[in-house]
Design a protein around this ligand. Structure first.
Ligand code: PMP
Length: 447
């Protein structure tokens, strides 16, 4: 009998016992290939001896020192490592304990930036409908994940949602990427003008959308246009790379191929790779300089910010990622994974889209391919696929259906960067079996 409050108390959970490379092993000695890296967390896989010894060494030296008295060696070195990998100007790091905290921190930093510059009316945040930014009240407020928001709606702060850049569903076949981007940028501009340009603090977007839709990349040119609109109206651009950052999509930062630099960037999952809970906010010099030349200090903090053991773990993870050229590996294996998915699902009658970048790939399921019609959300196809895959020893990250009622079911794959072609081939084989088994169940239940 478990005393832990679980997400799904009616379902009995296997007990995870051990991790080794890309596999998790439960107490019944069943092995599961971790094709979702948890939730795009485990970039180095499980049981990495170097990271574990970095953690224990740090514990022996210093387990904790409050940041009102001290900084620490691993925190400083980790900040240097992140800044060295970032474009000029993105040079100021604030450590937190996870993705939602990173988003809360980014929102408050944007707000304080405007207040310090003498624009206290700037308080509105604009984000996108198809998005997830975390579960704390501020982060939940800006997210467009209707299912997770519904119960808490009266507690959420007012936010304004514009259309996501979701080419598979929302770009007409005859509309060029340029015109589609222009339309979306215009929608953002209209929203800013409607609210009053001097009242808008920031626009927030996931560079590559994760949980709500599955590895949705923007069309080329979209983010440049969004950046221009933000600049024109003095609105900060916050990019949420909690899930897609730090090599996951085949570049160190996911915004690199977009040709823009955010004012504030949030990171988390791949930072500590699951070895410790840690997230980070990287702020541009102009944001931090405004705060420093105003009241002097960012008005924010948590007890565990810059935790030395979490920073030591993340430092070890990031050093291994660099030393072993794992970002390049994520790009290369991502190509391989895409090829495998295309071979397997390219002509599948119920797979409408295969998308993503690097080791962040997804398939979207449709009832009807030509019209891109989703299965009925009540059928919970994504949950059935998860279950069928799990029963066959594969962990994947499905979503959709009930999430927003707008689009269909998808399955996101985000395996560790240390995986290989043989493991990916097996994973796609099992996924195909799971998809077909789940669809057969759905068809049987409809008949
Ligand atoms: N932003 C994004 C894009 C995420 O995917 C998530 C988590 N799935 C979060 C924020 C919140 O992170 P956490 O669960 O660590 O609070």
């Amino acid at each position: 009998m478990t005393r832990i409050i679980h997400r799904n108390p009616r379902k009995s959970m296997p007990v995870a016992h051990e991790g080794a490379g890309c596999f998790l092993i439960d107490t019944n000695n069943r092995r599961y290939y971790d094709a979702s890296g948890g939730a795009a967390v485990s970039c180095l896989g499980h049981g990495n001896a170097e990271v574990i010894s970095a953690i224990t060494e740090q514990l022996h030296k210093l387990e904790y020192a409050h940041t009102s008295f001290f900084t620490s060696e691993p925190a400083e070195e980790l900040a240097d490592t992140l800044v060295n990998q970032s474009p000029a100007g993105l040079a100021n790091v604030y450590f937190v304990s996870g993705g939602s905290e990173a988003m809360e921190c980014a929102l408050k930093m944007a707000r304080q930036f405007h207040v310090e510059r003498g624009e206290p009316l700037r308080r509105h945040i604009i984000s996108r409908r198809q998005s997830y930014h975390g579960n704390t009240l501020g982060a939940l407020s800006i997210g467009g994940h209707l299912g997770r928001r519904a119960l808490y709606q009266p507690l959420l702060i007012d936010t304004y949602h514009v259309s996501p850049c979701f080419p598979y569903h929302e770009q007409e076949d005859n509309l060029s990427d340029e015109d589609y981007s222009a339309r979306l940028a215009q929608e953002l501009e209209d929203q800013i003008v409607k609210l009053g340009p001097d009242t808008v603090a920031a626009f927030v977007a996931e560079t590559v959308v994760g949980a709500t839709a599955g590895a949705v990349c923007a069309v080329p040119g979209y983010f440049k246009r969004i950046r221009d609109v933000c600049d024109r109206y003095g609105v900060l651009l916050i990019l949420d790379e909690v899930m897609c950052g730090l090599g996951r999509t085949g570049t160190y930062h996911a915004f690199v191929p977009e040709g823009v630099v955010p004012d504030i960037l949030t990171l988390a999952k791949g930072l500590g790779g699951g070895y410790q809970p840690i997230g980070a906010v990287i702020a541009h010099d102009r944001v931090v300089e405004a705060i420093h030349s105003g009241s002097g200090a960012f008005q924010h903090g948590h007890t565990y910010i810059g935790h030395p053991v979490a920073c030591a773990a993340a430092l070890a993870v990031q050093r291994i990622v660099q030393r072993d050229e794992l970002v390049q590996q994520s790009a290369q294996l991502g190509h391989d994974l895409r090829t495998l998915l295309t071979e397997r699902f390219g002509n599948h009658p119920h797979i409408g889209d295969i998308r993503g970048r690097g080791l962040f790939q997804a398939i979207e399921l449709v009832r009807e391919r030509d019209q891109r019609l989703p299965f009925d959300a009540q059928l919970q196809l994504h949950a059935r696929i998860k279950q069928e895959a799990h029963a066959r020893g594969l962990l994947c990250y499905p979503g959709g259906g009930t999430i927003d009622g707008e689009h269909g079911d998808h399955v996101l794959l985000a395996p560790p960067y240390i995986t290989n072609l043989a493991e990916l081939t097996d994973a796609v084989d099992i996924l195909a079996q799971a998809v077909d088994a789940a669809i057969a169940q759905v068809h049987a239940s409809i008949l």
